[in-house]
Design a protein around this ligand. Sequence first.
Ligand code: F6R
Length: 363
Amino acid sequence: DKAGHRHFMSKEIAEQPDVLANALKYYTTDREGRHLLETGVDFSQFDRIVMVACGTASLACFVSKYWFEQIARIPVEIDIASEFRYREPPLNDRTLTLFVSQSGETADTLAALRYCTGQAGKVVSIVNAMESSIARESDLALPILAGPEIGVASTKAFTCQLAVLASLSLQAARQRGLLDEAGDRELTDQLRRVPGQVTEALAIAPQVQAVSAQLARYEDVLFLGRGALYPLALEGALKLKEISYIHAEGYASGELKHGPIALIDEEMPVVVLTPHDAMFDKTVSNMQEVMARGGKIVMVSDARGLKDGGDGVWQMIEMPKIDGPFAAIAYAVPIQQLAYFTAVEKGTDVDQPRNLAKSVTVE
Ligand code: F6R
């Protein structure tokens, strides 16, 4: 049932404020969101976290690496399951392994999990399907509570994975004694604001749709971001290519001049994800490098960012103002919608893109 939407993907994008609120409520047990659920993971027991997943789920891991390392000061290694499983990486009981999978049935992720069983200190999974193989075979399975996801392109599962990982990063910081009262309160408040920010981000759909009508005419698109927005740039590129079949790549803004800038011309729009944060000025100078070479910028930022850095850009998308490390969650919305509206504009099969399966149970 598409609940009045033309596609499951659009329904699932729209559900995000509700499912995120549910997930955050589950992982924070009191009204103030102050007390985190006792998940059964003691992060003070581990020296590092190894996260393994495929596709969009692996990009959720990549975003959360910034949170775990910056907020909880615990080293995080991320890997895609198909590489991890055959590399035979060394593990020990001070290593926490974390497997993220919407379906819980992805063959490579399951094989990687089996490799870790008995070698790692703990095997934890973060899944949507709690009756899945991955959930069953882990020491502990944590639900993302996104509800059924039908569209092949993952949307609400991705943001719910992020919400759960963000909650765990705060839990890790507390257990490791790294948050004072004020810092704790501030980060928890920022996390609680996410569903509202996602609602606001959904409201800018008409702007995103107008940009998509333009993007649909191009054959290549570049996505750029810094910090936690870098893996989001990778996710933006993945989403766009998988449903609109436009070739897209994501790069860290700072990598631009180390190669991809050679591609820049008026035929390859560059989507820049940049809240007005500590990294903003650096990203703006990367944007200027693109524009100086005739590149077309789609700038996704807040009102202040667009005002301070928007001179000469081709298209603007105005996000709400979001402070703190969890901005990446709400910034997922415009990149999902960019892919969605571009695909609709091109008339591709949004919910069932060619050559793709919802659950990849073979290697
Ligand atoms: C992209 C997408 C895929 C999945 C990947 C992992 O939109 O949906 O990249 O994220 O196949 O699937 P799960 O999470 O079920 O292990």
